[in-house]
Write a protein that binds this ligand. Sequence first.
Ligand SMILES: Cc1ncc(COP(=O)(O)O)c(C=O)c1O
Length: 411
Amino acid sequence: MTADASAPTLWWERPDLCYRGGDLHLAGVNLARAAWAAGTPSYFYSGERVRANLARVRAALDSTGLRTSVRYAMKANRCAPLLTWMKMSGLCGIDACSPEELRLAVSCGFSEGQVSYTATSVSDADLDALARHPDTWINADSLSMIRRLGERCPGRAIGIRVNPALGVGYGTNELLRYSGDRVSKFGIYRDQFDEALRLAKAHGLRVEGIHFHVGCGYLTDQLPAWRAVLDECLWFLGRLDNPRIVNIGGGLGVPHVATDQPLDLTRWAGAIRDAFHDRGVEVWVEPGDYIVKDAGVLVLQVNTVERKRNTLFYGVDGGFNLAIEPAFYKLPCEPVPARLARADAWTAGPRPKATIAGNINEALDLWAEDVAIPEMAEGDLLVLLNAGGYAASMASNHCMRGRSTETLLLP
Ligand SMILES: Cc1ncc(COP(=O)(O)O)c(C=O)c1O
């Protein structure tokens, strides 16, 4: 147990997320007590951690000496109080990927001009909605979208989402790459780029930017591969008559396991500077996960403790539908008790390995298998870390077990 917040002992602990007197605290709040009041399943987000994550990215971008803009990818977490908090921080705009997201961003205080729009497989109805937001920057990701956008909004300046056929994501996880060897639906490849430019011109669109987002979750080890992506994208940029904006997407990752090293933002910013310092463009970045993931947790209650054959199961009152990344993308999940039964629970002796099972009738509904966490009893609260991004925003009502609460913790 970490009794002293200034001396973290578990890999994920930090001063604002640690045990104090045996109780896990986030942003100074005792999570067991807060979840008792809110009921479970409940998500808690630290506004201060979100602000600090944004400020870290902003500072790194400032160090490049380039004109830059952060557009938080709200698909990661669209909790309205959190969006309003971000707006009030003044540190970012928004990247939206549907008309509903655009409307929500505006309702939370962002101006249309502070929102950019990057979507795929857009419908005519989506484009009609975008036509009613002339100040919103649009990144078009197909020839079809360029044609249909041009029919509605001639004269509009746009970006084209390109596909560099290279991707990076979390470690070697192929599922989190948006471009690479496998043909993906995202963006326009080299072989169709000139056709895209011709089409845009024919329809009176001014192509003044390129956009790419090549995967999610990259860390320092992936920076050389990511730098290769930047180099490849310079080819696309070089084909524009009047390049103004390069949007390098999101994808910045956070550690998921003890062996993950946090993303080195100094090296990340250095790669951006090296690639674009002589191009006269403004660089936009669209991080989602990096801003919110480690700022949020999901608290569940253990309702079943039972051994079946050689496996100890902890059954909890929330399933993979509340945070689907571990099940769908095979991302590691870190379950920890909200309250430690004894002070040395994390350090004393061998801990029995347990499998954490959700309450959904699907075989894949296992949060984590064979994890050595401190022993828990029925009625105890379990906290899933790194649940601030792509958890509540992707949740479903599968088995009609979608009910949950979200709470923003503010300083
Ligand atoms: C176009 C685009 N931009 C940004 C993001 C945000 O990615 P991340 O949360 O990994 O930073 C995504 C995520 O899928 C995306 O599709």
